[in-house]
Design a protein around this ligand. Structure first.
Ligand code: NAI
Ligand code: 3PY
Length: 312
């Protein structure tokens, strides 16, 4: 019986590598676990997990020999760390290897929103350029002020890229950091008030739930843009949608949503919103690196070596 299970929607090559390396049991969804025979479940010591469904005490208790959850992704907000700790289950994630991709996508969302690139592309494709002339004027992106909410690996990578656009950088994090002249704000509302574009790069989970509140959105103002590449749970989406519909905020670039992929349809009707289907880390190169790091964590656990990228 196999000691490992891979759970989630993996690419065929990732699945094949997991199966070849570990002879892993594969399940598409975490909820499928309950249907696996008890002896097979009891043999599982490590789970390679890819998904956003909550992995909590009920799921862990279906796996009495569980010692490791190796998460595919840096954000481990789906995994209940207290429940894992209480059961002696280690957790790993895949930091760093995806930072550049996610920061690139954040910059892309910002540029697309400010320069209306999605609409302008449609203008050309639908023949309006030829028939009616040039696309309407839009908003300059460079040389403004940007706020980074959560100055971790991805937040810093976004800020460094923005410096190349001549942007003044402001940030909020739990504490003031060593930075090259970036301005710290003690709370997210003060940060939003100071900037034109607010980039959200915080961790998800209970502690940061709704940190981009109605007040933060209001502080960003009618010339402000919100870019979120972190988690939908960070944003009060009703407040954001109300503000977008009323023009109380200029627009948004969003890669993540509450309830994704079943997102609030009000987003689709808003031309001021650039939507991406949670693909921040979605280049072939980065996904290969994430999958390899996940497998390295599983291999280290099974061999009794130090975990490559432990969370707990
Ligand atoms: N769109 C996508 O495809 C991807 C999204 N992500 C999301 O981006 C997040 C950030 O990733 P990294 O930068 O690698 O993580 P990180 O741990 O390096 O950075 C997170 C930052 O949030 C800050 N933070 C945490 N709690 C806070 C609080 N209560 N108040 C203020 N700041 C707080 C931390 O101090 C840290 O600076 C991930 O947790 C994940 O949810 C990550 C990868 C891909
Ligand atoms: O790594 C993460 O946290 C993701 O959201 C998927 O890349």
């Amino acid at each position: 019986m196999t000691e490992t299970a891979s759970i989630g929607r993996y690419q065929p090559n990732e699945r094949a590598a997991l199966a070849e390396t570990f002879d892993a049991l594969h399940l598409d969804r975490l909820s499928d676990l309950a249907r696996v025979d008890a002896p097979e479940r009891a043999a599982i010591r490590a789970v390679a997990y890819k998904g956003h469904a909550p992995f909590g005490p009920a799921e862990m208790d279906l796996l009495p020999s569980l010692g490791l959850i190796a998460n595919y992704g840096v954000g481990y907000d789906a995994i209940d760390l207290d429940a894992a700790q209480a059961r002696g289950v280690r957790v790993t994630n895949t930091p760093d290897v995806l930072t550049d991709d996610v920061a690139d996508l954040a910059i892309g969302l910002w540029l697309m929103q400010r320069r209306e690139m999605e609409q302008a592309s449609r203008w050309a494709r639908e023949g309006h350029w030829k028939a009616k002339g040039e696309y309407r004027l839009n908003t300059q992106a460079s040389r403004g002020t940007a706020g980074i909410l959560g100055l971790g690996r991805i937040g810093r990578a976004i800020a460094r890229r923005l410096e190349g656009f001549g942007m003044e950088i402001h940030y909020h994090s739990r504490s003031e950091k060593e930075t090259p002249g970036w301005r710290y704000h003690a709370d997210p509302v003060a940060l939003a008030e100071a900037v034109d574009t607010l980039f959200v790069a915080l961790v998800g989970g209970a502690e940061t739930e709704g940190m981009v509140s109605a007040e933060v959105i209001h502080a960003l103002g009618d010339r402000g843009v919100l870019v979120n590449i972190a988690r939908g749970s960070l944003v009060d989406e009703d407040a954001l949608l109300d503000a977008l519909e009323a023009g109380r905020i200029a627009g948004a670039g969003l890669d993540v949503f509450r309830g994704e992929p079943d997102i609030d349809p009000r987003f689709y009707a808003l031309p001021s919103v650039v939507i991406q289907p949670h693909q921040g880390s979605g280049s072939r190169q980065t996904r290969a690196a994430m999958a390899a790091l996940q497998r390295e964590n599983v291999a280290a656990f099974l061999d009794g070596r130090d975990l490559a990228t432990p969370v707990i």
